[in-house]
Ligand binder design. Structure first.
Ligand SMILES: Nc1ncnc2c1ncn2[C@@H]1O[C@H](COP(=O)(O)OP(=O)(O)OP(=O)(O)O)[C@@H](O)[C@H]1O
Length: 301
């Protein structure tokens, strides 16, 4: 598939919710996510992290500004086109894993390809490959309830990657894991990043953010600063008090074409979930029937 040099571009993006008092969830954010990069998003509660992820993940559209994913301006797409873009170019990993409980690990990983019209044999082969890559080849036939938290998150990561998306968005991906399991999962993220996957991770945890190449600090809907991190490629150590796995340095915001924004403005509002029909690879609940069919189809193979 043809791909431009950047996975995602946000240009002066604003998102306003029109309540009694308008809420400027994003207030002029300009950011470029280059292919193969690893970005962490941090910021206090209410700073706009989820709103930003919803926009990058094509779950929502901005009130103003442009969001370009894999070379396509999301703001010009209709709902169907946006769903397609999300299904092919965005992989989601959630804190709560969001796996289909009645599908095996293999079926969960294979599921997003079903929506892309990939044939059954190819789906299963690719799912197996990915399960192998995340170290779970021997758990392919296990249900999520038969897997540990770390294993579930590995399955979720494999599922996020199965359509070879332009970008993988992870929301507190290790939030439900103990320290050791978290380190394993973050090591896996690092491995995939080394192999070329573009990652954006939202986290409240400094030591998780420090696995990335840079940290975008949000504050009140704007980019407060972008902190570049020294990339050692070394695996993380379990977090100690005030100790991160990688040394880090502050870097000027706006480096590498990333420009913190934030000059306010008038916006129209809408509900971020109003036209969101679920992440492309995580539309589990809605698609339960088709995925069950997938399981039945695949039975015994
Ligand atoms: N659907 C909505 N309607 C109205 N306001 C909203 C809506 N969604 C988010 N907001 C507001 O937008 C701002 C940014 O919210 P957002 O969820 O993006 O923050 P966050 O940084 O992800 O917070 P947290 O860390 O608590 O999840 C907040 O002030 C929030 O109250």
């Amino acid at each position: 598939m043809a791909r431009s040099g950047t996975a995602v571009v946000l240009e002066d993006v604003r998102k306003t919710y029109e309540l009694a008092e308008p809420v400027h969830a994003l207030d002029g954010v300009t950011l470029e996510v280059s292919r193969g990069s690893y970005t962490a998003i941090m910021g206090p509660s209410g700073s706009g992290k989820s709103t930003l992820m919803n926009l990058v993940g094509c779950l929502d559209t901005p009130t103003e500004g442009r969001v370009v994913v894999d070379g396509q301006d999301v703001t010009t797409l209709d709902g169907r086109e946006r769903t397609d873009l999300r299904g092919t170019q965005v992989g989601f990993v959630f804190q709560t894993f969001n796996l289909m409980p009645r599908l095996t690990a293999l079926e969960n990983v294979a599921l997003p390809q079903l929506f892309q019209g990939v044939g059954r044999g190819e789906r299963r082969e690719r799912a197996r490959e990915l399960l192998e890559r995340v170290g779970l080849a021997d758990r392919a036939d296990h249900l999520p309830s038969e897997l540990s938290g770390g294993q579930r998150q590995r399955v979720a990561l494999a599922r996020a990657l199965v359509n070879e998306p332009a970008i993988v968005l992870a929301d507190e991906p290790s939030g439900n894991l103990d320290t050791e399991t978290e380190a394993d999962v973050l090591d896996l993220f690092a491995e995939f990043h080394d192999a070329g996957t573009t990652l954006v991770v939202v986290t409240h945890e400094r030591h998780v953010a420090e696995r990335a190449e840079r940290i975008v600090h949000l504050l009140d809907g704007t980019i407060e600063r972008i902190e570049k991190l020294e990339s050692t490629g070394e695996p993380t150590s379990p977090p100690g008090p005030g100790v991160g796995p990688r040394s880090s340095r502050d870097a000027d915001a706006g480096a590498d074409g990333e420009t913190p924004g934030g000059d306010g403005g008038d916006r129209g509002g809408d509900d971020p979930t109003s036209d969101a029909d679920g992440p492309g690879t995580a539309s589990d609940d809605r698609d339960a029937d088709s995925s069950t069919t997938d399981r039945d189809d695949d039975g015994g193979n």
